[in-house]
Design a protein around this ligand. Structure first.
Ligand SMILES: [Zn+2]
Length: 227
């Protein structure tokens, strides 16, 4: 009888969908393979349980040693045939690769450094008394600018909210887009002069196909440079 390939067992122990139909049939019938799979799964679970978020952010020698120690701890409990011992090491190595991968992924997901350019407190218009909001303008290292708005305003039916940048004299305006819920991030068009378009406005818009500002502003505030 041919037993299940060690690599397949190691993958199954890590929760991967590995192996063929005949592997699964064999596993159901072979106590040896089931026992080895249990050992491997235990080693993998122990390896994973030693990790917490702090360690994930810093995959280093300390994590390595912790996993080695934990895998070594349960290892003497079972009577290891050399083949199983090799598989445990393979699983430990696989766990380390997973940990390293997660750590690198989390590292890559860290937000890139941004510079705060300006911020604004948004004040409610008379028809929207009690509404509050704020906006911050930030710039990425690559030069892209965006504005984050956060606000609270009474819910309405059948319309939507739109975010605008309006010139100081209110003669010109640029739509940044529709905001859903009570927060949103919008890209500021390259070249738009924020010393001229320095008013952040959130409006209530009816669904009427008219792309212009409805005239029904909920909140508005003037950007102040952070410098
Ligand atoms: Zn077997």
């Amino acid at each position: 009888m041919r037993h299940i390939d060690p690599d397949v067992l190691a993958l199954l122990a890590l929760g991967e969908n590995a192996g063929t139909e005949s592997d699964r049939g064999h596993l159901a019938a072979c106590a040896d393979c089931r026992s080895e799979l249990e050992n491997l799964a235990h080693a993998a679970a122990v390896g994973r349980s030693t990790l917490d978020a702090g360690e994930l952010l810093q995959p280093d020698e300390r994590v390595w040693r912790s996993i080695q120690a934990e895998v070594a701890a349960p290892a003497p409990v079972v009577t290891l045939r050399p083949r199983i011992a090799r598989r445990l090491l393979a699983v430990a190595a696989a766990v380390v690769v997973l940990v390293g991968g997660v750590g690198v992924t989390l590292w890559a997901l860290q937000p890139a450094p941004v510079t705060l350019l300006a911020s604004a407190t948004l004040d409610a218009f008379p028809a929207w008394v009690g509404s509050t909001g704020s906006a911050v303008v930030e710039q990425t290292a690559a030069g892209a600018r965006f504005v984050d708005v956060t606000f609270q305003a009474p819910a309405t039916k059948g319309g939507f909210r739109e975010v605008w940048l309006i010139s100081s004299d209110t003669s010109q305006l640029v739509s940044l887009g529709v905001v859903r819920g009570d927060t949103g991030r919008f890209t500021i068009p390259d070249g738009l002069d924020l010393t001229r378009y320095d008013l952040v406005d959130i409006s209530e818009e009816p669904i009427d196909g008219n792309p212009e500002h409805s005239g029904d502003s909920i909140l508005r505030g003037q950007l102040r440079s952070a410098a």
